[in-house]
Design a protein around this ligand. Structure first.
Ligand code: GLU
Length: 265
């Protein structure tokens, strides 16, 4: 059993964030095979008596796949329209896949405002707890079609951290298309080593800044680390795994694959 395997085994309330890259194929359509595999893994959690909230990206990319136009449009109204279209595709896929296992799903679309308002916070909590207590899997995404820049959370790493804190989760699992955090950009440096445990996010961030963000490739790593900092403050560990690899959670538990876990100090 690995450290991440132990964490998963010992956690009862788990938020799982699934990134767009994990869910879509290179044509921008829903990658049903990958999604099916993830849903199968999450169903195993439920069978094991765990409670699961999914935070899923993919509305934008599924919108492009569904309507097959507007992908070059930069205007916010088109981006929001694409998300409105794609969110339906995404939810249909989740409904079918979880439905095949006899599990219901519920959609919750949230924006930054919702987390800042105590009354809305209460209602979000009540709905989440009710869904989860009744065995329904909440699928959370940002309410992209109403979120303009000023009220946007902007990325679902942050949304998943806010959700984990609000729910009082035991663990946040972030599924992305990278194996974890490396000491250097693995795409440029074949000798890059995976950092399996992080206790000092600030130190790690400084190191990355000192070496230049570009050497790590994406800002995606930065939002994951700041999401980790947010949940770690509440005592919740964040595990970063490569959701594009089939059966990743079992493989990590059996030490056949690796990921990065952030514990905080
Ligand atoms: N809410 C966006 C979507 O569903 C994704 C945001 C993100 O990828 O972090 O397309």
């Amino acid at each position: 059993m690995s450290i991440i395997g132990d964490l998963i085994r010992d956690s009862r309330k788990i938020v799982v964030k699934i990134g767009s890259n994990t869910l879509s194929n290179d044509k921008g359509a829903v990658n049903m095979e990958a999604m099916e595999d993830i849903v199968r893994q999450l169903s195993q959690f439920l069978i094991a008596g765990k409670k699961v909230i999914v935070v899923s990206s993919g509305a934008g990319v599924c919108g492009v796949g569904a309507i097959n136009k507007w992908h070059r449009k930069e205007d916010i109204n088109y981006k929001q329209a694409l998300c409105a279209i794609g969110q339906v595709e995404l939810m249909m896929a989740y409904r079918d896949l979880f439905g095949a296992k006899g599990i219901h799903v519920g959609q919750m679309l949230l924006s930054r405002d919702d987390f800042g308002d105590s009354m809305r916070n209460l209602h979000i909590r009540n709905t989440l707890f009710t869904l989860v207590d009744e065995g329904v899997v909440p699928i959370v995404n940002e309410n992209d079609s109403v979120s303009v820049e000023e009220i946007k959370i902007g990325d679902n790493d942050t949304l998943s951290a806010l959700t984990a804190n609000l729910w009082g989760a035991d663990l946040l699992i972030v599924m992305s298309d990278i194996d974890g955090i490396y000491d250097k950009n693995p795409k440029e440096y074949p000798d890059a080593e995976l950092i399996e445990e992080v206790y000092d996010i600030d130190g790690l961030m400084e190191e990355i800044d000192a070496r230049g963000k570009s050497r790590f490739g994406t800002g995606g790593v930065i939002t994951k680390m700041s999401a980790a900092r947010m949940v770690n403050e509440y005592g919740i560990p964040l595990v970063l795994v490569n959701g594009t690899k089939p059966d990743i959670l079992n493989k990590i538990a059996n030490d056949e694959e690796k990921g990065t876990v952030f514990f905080g100090k």
